[in-house]
Design a protein around this ligand. Sequence first.
Ligand code: CA
Length: 388
Amino acid sequence: MKITKVISHVLKCDMPQELGYSQQFYTRRTAHIVEVQTDEGVTGWGECFGPGNVARANKAIVESVIQPMILGADPMDRDVIWHNVYNLLRDHGQKGMPLQSLSGVDIALWDIAGKVAGLPIHKLIGGAHRTRVKAYGYGMMLKRESLEDHLARFKDEAAKIRDMGFVATKMKLGLGPKQDVKLAQAVRAGVGGDFKFMADANHCYTTSDAFYVGRALDELDAYWFEEPVAPEDHDGYRELRAGLNVNISGGEAEFNRWGWRAILENRGLDIAQPEVCALGGISEYLRVLALCHAHFTPVINHVWGSAIAVATNLQLLAAMPALPGGLNPWEPLLEFDTTENIFRDNLLTEPMAIQQQVKASAGFVAVPNGPGLGVEPDIDFLNKYSVN
Ligand code: CA
């Protein structure tokens, strides 16, 4: 079996409303789907993390840099392919866009392997530790509106996400430390006393501002404080984890086993959030997961993007062993973006209908059981939104 073609489908659409987080506002949604074709008619699908023009640049890396390295290779040799590509790209970027690009290709090769074996990816990894996963819903994005409008909307939206059936909810931070504390108070008021909520700073604080907000999150009994400081600031992470009660989470902007080794050895994370579509694909995710568990750091995957990314993560969450295990073990969650996303809801020939599952099953989402990722994109939909 040989790889005959690698295609990047960069999808783009206007969003119904502008949304923001601590770094920027955005009005367009992008997804970067990778298709790997073979001489035996088996096609694999993957996804690369990276929005907007980053996706356009990653398309060039996938098609013009990685494709020539892997044409003619046996797609079943995915770990050999991973190391060949990584070694050739090492001098040009051990993190960032080359790894995002390799991730989409690697996921597509796992999809092919599953289709050849007639097994879902979680079976190739070693089986399902769980056949369904509880989902948390994030929303409460920033807008160009007053603090008062933010407070009313966050309180309302937090209650709505709880009522949709999600088991926890996550808000954005980023208006400024004092305002952000008020936002978190509004979310706690919206969800009530016993419901889990998390707060995501997208690395906008200095360490001292993060302590200020973190102490308020402690008082509000927030479940985790995500990316409080810059991903490069390992010392800041360690100091925050040592000084706050709230769980410190992060890692979505970290890449490969060597990057993860450094943040884990620094003891700055209570919860690790690896992004499989960025850090190097499923092959590298499994090594990062082993590293996290070797450091007894629980993992809740970062999930962003289209239905391909969601299906990939469901396969991985199924195959993740409990840490440390027990009759009622700590369980991972599926991250789910509650804002409108047609590339997640309308991309597949058979949609996963996650919101409906969450509503009907007390927050649980079923792991796809078909071969490979267990999902197939609708080619007409891909072509309609592709900006290739
Ligand atoms: Ca995040």
